[in-house]
Design a protein around this ligand. Structure first.
Ligand SMILES: Cc1ncc(COP(=O)(O)O)c(C=O)c1O
Length: 400
């Protein structure tokens, strides 16, 4: 009898975590490595949030809490949805979990049966398909190309929906492309969804606050209130408040689904960390200037990286609307040989040779469901970004 489950055999470990680990190992071994793999802000959690956590510890808020969140935090999340998205939810429509990741996972585990299909626009965040597989569902990728700015069209969505479709996972701005759907682009999708009442919508709004120029963030229920009863609007404090390690994510949706998610969580992690919940409460209710400052910082970095990568031979780098990623196309590099003798047969070979020969760590496109590309996380210093792009350019110039 096999020890490991059949389900586990179908999933792969997170390639982004693998790249980050590999870069850290090389660094520890003394190599000069610039990591552009990790999807987290490079700066610290704001002081007011850290202070709130210290207060929570001193006040003894160190016990189990309600499974899916303390009432104060749920109230603050309701206020956030009303303030920032014009959406009204009651506290019993809110779920708080150990990161956005657990929220999405709880929802999939609570709802997927074998054969249920989950539509996932590609390139996608690496965890979506594997979480669907762990939940017993079938991921159905729908590929958005560079020509369409990495966004799927209404016709593509319509064509992917079948009687077995349970969820449509929507992520804007996107990890890994940074692509953000405008009001009209999203309306075209919500119009399709209105015609298919069996399809539920999981909107992953994790990068809501990281949008640039005059781009306006929108979430599906805001555009189409008719989807309110079958949408789970997911978000979290990880990226917006530089709180990745605190592990707090949340969602709003129909009571029945929220209750089902709490049932899953009650049998896995119980509640999210009590201290982190008080920290997140301060994040959502305290001063918000931090968000605007971050936006300006990331916009400057995006502009720097896009302009530098577009000077690299064989690379085309579109300018995305948000998040802290770019997803350059490297079609012009495939089939060549690097200065170090590596044959660049695909984007994984490109990323491997780039790391070995220049010390720049990026994640290859195949991990996200669209090749040949790689993902750059520009959540690092301007200086490191400049140096990394210079090395990438030298690497590309060396391809023969
Ligand atoms: C699109 C997207 N959703 C969700 C998450 C999960 O965030 P958390 O750290 O809160 O689990 C991430 C993290 O990389 C992400 O990129």
């Amino acid at each position: 009898m096999a020890f490991l489950s059949d389900t586990l055999a179908r999933v792969k470990p997170s390639p982004t975590i693998a790249v980050t680990t590999k870069a850290a190992e090389l660094k520890a071994a003394g190599r000069d490595v610039i990591g552009l793999g990790a999807g987290e802000p490079d700066f610290d959690t704001p002081q007011n949030i850290k202070d709130a956590a210290k207060r929570a510890i001193d006040e003894g808020k160190t016990k189990y809490t309600a499974v899916d969140g303390i009432p104060e935090l749920k109230k603050a999340i309701c206020a956030k949805f009303e303030r920032e998205n014009g959406l009204r939810y009651a506290p019993n429509q809110i779920s708080v979990g150990t990161g956005g990741k657990q929220i999405l996972y709880n929802a999939l585990i609570a709802t997927c049966n074998p054969g249920d299909e989950v539509i996932i626009p590609a390139p996608y965040w690496v965890s979506y398909p594997d979480m669907v597989l762990l939940a017993g569902g079938t991921p159905v990728p729908v590929v958005a190309t560079l020509e369409n700015d990495f966004k799927i069209t209404a016709a593509q969505l319509e064509a992917a929906i079948t009687p077995k479709t349970k969820w449509f996972i929507f992520n804007s701005p996107s990890n890994p492309t940074g692509a953000g759907y405008s009001h009209d682009e999203l309306k075209a999708l919500t119009d399709v969804l209105m015609r298919h009442p069996q399809v539920w919508i999981m909107s992953d709004d994790m990068y809501e606050h990281l949008v640039f120029d005059d781009f306006e963030f929108v979430t599906p229920v805001q555009i189409e209130p008719g989807l309110y009863d079958r949408t789970l609007t997911c978000n979290g404090v990880s990226k917006a408040y530089a709180m990745t390690g605190w592990r707090i994510g949340y969602a709003a949706g129909p009571v029945e689904l929220i209750k089902a998610m709490a049932k899953v969580q009650s049998q896995s992690t119980s509640n999210p960390c009590s201290v982190s919940q008080y920290a997140a409460l301060e994040g959502l209710t305290g001063p918000q200037e931090f968000l605007t400052e971050n936006k300006a910082l990331f916009q400057r970095r995006r502009d720097l990286v896009v302009s530098m990568l577009n000077t690299c031979p064989g690379i085309t780098c579109p300018k995305p609307e948000g998040a802290f990623y770019v997803y350059p196309d490297i079609a012009g590099c495939i089939g060549k040989t690097s200065a170090g003798g590596a044959h660049i047969v695909d984007d994984e070979a490109f990323a491997t040779a780039l790391l070995e020969e220049t010390g720049v760590a990026v994640v290859f496109g195949a991990a996200f469901g669209l090749s040949p590309n790689f993902r750059v996380s520009y959540a690092t210093s301007d200086e490191a970004l400049r140096e990394a792009c210079t090395r990438i350019k030298a690497f590309c110039e060396g391809l023969k």
